[in-house]
Design a protein around this ligand. Structure first.
Ligand code: C2E
Ligand code: MG
Ligand code: MG
Length: 657
C-alpha cells in the first residue's frame, strides 16, 4: 500500500508560491508551524513576512521545477507565532490545480546531518542591485553578516573575487565558489552562489546564496597544508616542492635548485639516537631558513636531504652565476658549522649539487636528477663542498639505476661469485708463504657492460641489499676457506671486506660468530677488512660493532690505508692488527722507497703489521721487502681467481720467486 503524504511522520507541506500561502500540510507540519488546524495554517499570508531575497529564491526554485525534476536541500529558518524554528528541508516541485507549480517541502532533523557533512545548511540569502547595493537579506544572512551591510564589497573582502563575480554575471553565468567573507565574527568561509534574477518590474538584480562551510574549509586547508609539509621541520615536503616548481614553470620563472645532502648524519643518528638526530635536522632546517634569500622555497626532500630553490629574481642582481656560487658557498659553510649536543660537538657537513632551470634543463622532471648528480659528484670529490651541474653528470646516476634494477635479482639468479686473491708473507726470506686470501665479489652479469665491484658495492649499499649480499659472502668465503686449506695450505686464513653500512647492523658480530661456528672455524681464521673512514666513524662509540668485534678478538685490517683523511689522528684508537697500505703508494717504491719505510714504521709503532696491496712487478716486490714490508698482495703475486682455479692449479703456500 503506497504511503500517503498525510501519513508521514516528518512534517510535509505544500507552499503555493503564486498565492503566498500554504496549500496543504500534514499533522507533524501543523505542529511545526504552531497551528491547531489546517484551515488556520492555510489562511496565513506569507507575502509581507518574506524578504525579497527569499521571494526571489522561491521563484528561482519554481522555474527550476518547471524545467526539470530536481530537488533542493537547505536549512530553513522561520518564526511561526514568534517561535524560532530551524528545519532541514527538501524542496521539490508539486503541481496543484492541474497547472501551477507549487513547492513540496519535507522537513528533517538537521543537527546530525550538519555535523556529518560539516556544512551549515542554513541558506543565507541576500539580493543586490546590478551594481552591488544591498536590497534585502534573510534573517540568517543579517545575523551572520551584520545589519550594517550596504554593498557587496562590505562582505567580499577580496576585490579580485568581487571582480570575478561581476564578470561571471555579466557573461550571464552563475558564479559558484568557496569564498572568504567578512561578517560579524570576522573572516569566515562560505560556499557562495551568485545568480542574476529579475524583480517583478523586470529589473536585473543579483541573488546571493551563501552556506557556512567554515569548519570543513579550515580542516581542508589544514589537511592540504599537512599534505604539503614535513611534520618534523615544518618545511615543505617533496609534494609541496613539486607544487611550487610547477608554479614556477607555469609562470616561466627561472631558478637555481640546490640539492643538499648532509655528510655524516647517519652516524649522528646511530650513535646519539634518533631524537638527537631529529634535533639536528631541525637545526639544519632553521639554518636554511635563516640563511636563504627571501622568497626562497625550502624543502626537506627526505631523510637528511634538503632542497633550496631560489628564483633568479630573488638572487642578487647582476651575474646569476656569481649569485649562485655565493649562495652555494654560504650554504656549505652554514650547514657545516659546528653542531652541539650537551656541549659535545657533532661532526656534520653538507654536500650540495646545483642545477639551473631552465639553463641546464627545461624539464622539471630532470632538475632533481641533475642537481642530485652534481651532489653525488660533490660527495665523490670528498664531501663538504658544492658542485654545479655539467652536461652528462646524470649518466652516473642513471647507470646506477639500471645496475640497481638488475642487481636486486642477482643473488636469486645465482649471478654472484667470489674470487680469491692470495696474500703473501715474505718475512722468512725465500721461504715465503701464502698466509691468507682476500675474498673479492664478482657479479656475472651479461646485461650491463663493465660494472666494477666498487659500483656493485655502492649500488648494493644504496638500495639496501648489501647486508644480504655480505652475509652470503661471509658464508661462501668460509666454506671455500676449508677447500683452500686443502688445495693451497692448511694454515691460510680468509679476509673479507665489510661495508660501513653492514657494520651498522647491531647483529653483525653474532652473524660472524654463527657462521664461524657452523664451519668449525675460530675467530683467528677470519680477518675483517674495513676502510679507514669506516673505522674512524665507529671509534666514537665504545659500543660500536667494531669495538665488539675487537673484544671478540676478530682480526681487523685497515683497508686502503693512507687514503682516508684521519690516519694519524685516530690510528692509536683503531683496534686493528694489520694496515693494508693502499696500492696508490706502490708506484713510489720504484722511485723513492723512503716515504713507504716511514709509513711502515708508523704502522708498526701502533702495534700493527704493514701489508701492501697492488704489487705488480718483481722490482716493486723486492724493494718493498728491502724496506721491511713483507706482507704483500698484488697481480704480480697472484690475481684474484675463483676457487676452481686453486683446485686445478697447484699453488703451494711456499713461494721462492
Ligand atoms: P680492496 O678491498 O682494496 O681490494 C683490492 C682491489 O684491488 C681488488 O679489486 C683487486 O682486484 C685489486 N687489485 C689487487 N691487486 C692488484 C694489483 O696488483 N693491481 C691493481 N691495479 N689492482 C689490484 P676489486 O676486486 O675490483 O675490488 C674492488 C673493491 O671492491 C675492493 O677493494 C673492496 O673495497 C670492494 N669489495 C670487493 N668485494 C667486496 C665485498 O664483498 N664487500 C665489500 N664491502 N666490498 C668489497
Ligand atoms: Mg680489501
Ligand atoms: Mg684495498
Amino acid at each position: 500500500m503506497p504511503i500517503e503524504l498525510k501519513d508521514l511522520k516528518i512534517p510535509v507541506w505544500i507552499y503555493d508560491i503564486d498565492n503566498y500561502c500554504i496549500h496543504w500540510a500534514n499533522q507533524p507540519a501543523l505542529v511545526l508551524w504552531e497551528s491547531d488546524s489546517l484551515e488556520e495554517l492555510c489562511s496565513r499570508e506569507f507575502k509581507s513576512g518574506n524578504s525579497q531575497a527569499v521571494e526571489a529564491r522561491v521563484r528561482q526554485y519554481q522555474r527550476a521545477f518547471i524545467e526539470s525534476d530536481v530537488s533542493f536541500y537547505e536549512n530553513w529558518h522561520f518564526v511561526p507565532k514568534g517561535v524560532p524554528k530551524s528545519v532541514f528541508c527538501q524542496f521539490s516541485g508539486y503541481v496543484i490545480d492541474n497547472s501551477r507549480m507549487a513547492l513540496l517541502v519535507q522537513g528533517m532533523p538537521t543537527a546530525k546531518l550538519q555535523h556529518e557533512i560539516q556544512v551549515n545548511l542554513t541558506a543565507m540569502l541576500s539580493d543586490y542591485t546590478a551594481d552591488g547595493r544591498l536590497i534585502s537579506g534573510n534573517p540568517p544572512f543579517l545575523d551572520a553578516m551584520g545589519h550594517g551591510v550596504s554593498h557587496l564589497q562590505d562582505i567580499i573582502a577580496d576585490p579580485a573575487v568581487l571582480k570575478t563575480i561581476h564578470r561571471s554575471l555579466s557573461q550571464s553565468e552563475r558564479y559558484e565558489d568557496d569564498v572568504l567573507m567578512s561578517g560579524v565574527g570576522g573572516e569566515h568561509w562560505y560556499h557562495l552562489i551568485a545568480v542574476n534574477v529579475q524583480d517583478d518590474s523586470g529589473k536585473e538584480k543579483i541573488l546571493l546564496q551563501q552556506y557556512d562551510i567554515h569548519r570543513r574549509k579550515v580542516s581542508e586547508i589544514t589537511l592540504a597544508k599537512e599534505v604539503l609539509t614535513d611534520s618534523l621541520t615544518g618545511l615543505l615536503n617533496r609534494r609541496g616542492l613539486d607544487k611550487k616548481l610547477n608554479e614556477f614553470a607555469i609562470s616561466e620563472t627561472s631558478f637555481d635548485f640546490f640539492y643538499i645532502d648532509l655528510d655524516g648524519f647517519k652516524i649522528i643518528n646511530d650513535s646519539f639516537g634518533h631524537s638527537i638526530g631529529d634535533e639536528v635536522l631541525q637545526t639544519v632546517a632553521d639554518r636554511l631558513v635563516e640563511n636563504s634569500p627571501e622568497s626562497s622555497v625550502i624543502c626537506r626532500f627526505g631523510g637528511d636531504e634538503f632542497v633550496m630553490v631560489v628564483t633568479n629574481a630573488a638572487e642578487s642582481a647582476g651575474n646569476n652565476c656569481v649569485a649562485k656560487s655565493i649562495l652555494a658557498d654560504q650554504l656549505v659553510k652554514t650547514l657545516s658549522d659546528s653542531y652541539y649536543h650537551d656541549a659535545q660537538p657533532m661532526a656534520l657537513s653538507a654536500s650540495v649539487g646545483v642545477a639551473q632551470y631552465p639553463h641546464d634543463t627545461d624539464q622539471l622532471s630532470n632538475i632533481v636528477l641533475y642537481a642530485d648528480a652534481a651532489m653525488y659528484q660533490a660527495k665523490r670529490l670528498g664531501k663538504h663542498r658544492w658542485i654545479g651541474y655539467t652536461a652528462g653528470m646524470e649518466q652516473v646516476i642513471l647507470r646506477q639505476g639500471v645496475i640497481a634494477q638488475s642487481l636486486s635479482r642477482a643473488q636469486s639468479r645465482g649471478e654472484l661469485e667470489l674470487y680469491y686473491q692470495p696474500i703473501w708473507d715474505f718475512a722468512q726470506g725465500s721461504d715465503a708463504n701464502i698466509i691468507s686470501f682476500e675474498a673479492l665479489l664478482r657479479w656475472n652479469n651479461n646485461d650491463i657492460p663493465n660494472v666494477t665491484t666498487e659500483e656493485v658495492i655502492q649500488v648494493a649499499e644504496s638500495i639496501g641489499i648489501i647486508n644480504e649480499i655480505e652475509c652470503w659472502v661471509v658464508d661462501q668465503a668460509l666454506t671455500d676457506l676449508l677447500h683452500l686449506r686443502v688445495y693451497v695450505s692448511p694454515g691460510v686464513t680468509m679476509s673479507i671486506n665489510v661495508s660501513a653500512v653492514h657494520l651498522r647492523e647491531p647483529t653483525f658480530p653474532q652473524c660472524i660468530s654463527k657462521a664461524l661456528q657452523s664451519k668449525n672455524l675460530s675467530f683467528k681464521d677470519l680477518i675483517i677488512e674495513l676502510t679507514e673512514s669506516t673505522l674512524v666513524e665507529n671509534m666514537a662509540d665504545s659500543n660500536s660493532v667494531v669495538c665488539q668485534l675487537a673484544q671478540q678478538a676478530i682480526n681487523i685490517s685497515i683497508d686502503d690505508f693512507g687514503t682516508g683523511y684521519s690516519s694519524l689522528a685516530y690510528l692509536h684508537q683503531i683496534p686493528a692488527t694489520v694496515a693494508k697500505i693502499d696500492r696508490s703508494f706502490v708506484g713510489q717504491a720504484e722511485k723513492n722507497i723512503q716515504p713507504l719505510c716511514h709509513i711502515k714504521s708508523l704502522i708498526e709503532a701502533h702495534g700493527m703489521r704493514a701489508l701492501i696491496e697492488g704489487v705488480e712487478t718483481q722490482e716493486q716486490k723486492d724493494r718493498l721487502i728491502s724496506c721491511g714490508i713483507t706482507l704483500q698482495q698484488g697481480f704480480f703475486l697472484g690475481r684474484p681467481e675463483p676457487l676452481d682455479y686453486y683446485a686445478k692449479n697447484k699453488i703451494t703456500g711456499n713461494c721462492s720467486q
